[in-house]
Design a protein around this ligand. Sequence first.
Ligand SMILES: [Zn+2]
Length: 403
Amino acid sequence: MQFTFKTYKDFLKEYEKYYTHQCAKCGSLRELSNEHVDVVIDDRKMHFKDLLVLTCTTCGIGCLPLHTKQMIDGCYKLMVDEGHYEGEQFYRSFRKKFQYCKDQDFIYDHRDYYNIPGLCFDEEHSVEGFLTPVYFTKKVLLYFLQDPEYTVKLGAETYGYFSFKNEWRIPFGINRNGKVVFWLGDLDYLDDQTLNIMKPHNIDSDHQLIVSEFYAGQMCCIWSEPNKEIKICEQKNTIFSALLSQYNISLFHLEDEIEQQKDAYVKPVVFTEKTIEPTINMLHKVLIEGVSITEFRKLYLKIVAHPNEKYLEWKSIKFYEALLGQIITKDDDVREIIAPLYLLNDFRQYYDHLLPIAKKNEIRENIRKFLNVLSFNDIEDLYVTLLNRLGRLFEYLILGYMP
Ligand SMILES: [Zn+2]
């Protein structure tokens, strides 16, 4: 990357510009990136090995953020003073420390605070450095997930809060490299015991923050979409409401219990057989158990010309399947689309501790095959595929039955 300024005055003009998180050319988001950059001012050339540049994540156009420009200015002045015309510049990994969390000495990069748009123009906090991103591996949350005094709750896919009893509650996010991010100033509210548990998982900044629900929510006040799991529950409500208005039959059942389930639900941050069990339970309760079977029978008789002779023995999945059968003609397609509900049911059974091992293995293999996932050990892949397929099933129903 190269930036050329004919005169120092031109550079000063550039200095006055402030670049936001959005690319001026294509509107996509920018992120900080470490680049090889040549900067020419007047007749002096500076070669930077790694300089933080704000780069558009779509079109790749780079621009110079605030602190980077200050560094360039400093280098230029030094060259003038020392009479140099060309030089290699290295970042000597100097790290400024802010007044927050001094005892813990967390790893962070003060350049993020000055370079990422908006962070240092924080009028709420008088002490400098509050909105400095501090990065952790995902493991940082593991301990707290298991301790009932703490709450780790992802309200959106990658944006949530972390709290301890009624004592403190702070937001966190997950960036696009899967790193957990907190604000340095927020960490200052936490007690030493908590911080000591977190500290071993603190890692170097990768400077990635802007393309995240966390940054959008915290800096741009953009509400994140609800997470996938809750969205599927809402899709079920949408289809049930549509059926109610069209056929005057309400399939809603155990509504209060379902709301409680959804409120108490904590989206997994890491994916293991154990951490996804609450999701499987919650979705099973909401989608399969939270359905009025007697009303579903009535609806079935209304929409089907020739009812199946065994329909009185049916549970909710069979009725969902019948609904689908009315809007999709090919039986194979119906089976394919309804499959994730059967799998959800199998999955729920899988967690039944009384099940013999042979039966468990059979279920595992069945789930793996249906979801077309290479190994049952790849829980994240399995989980995401199951959620996507459930979402798709309800999309079909909504499309088919929305008035
Ligand atoms: Zn762009």
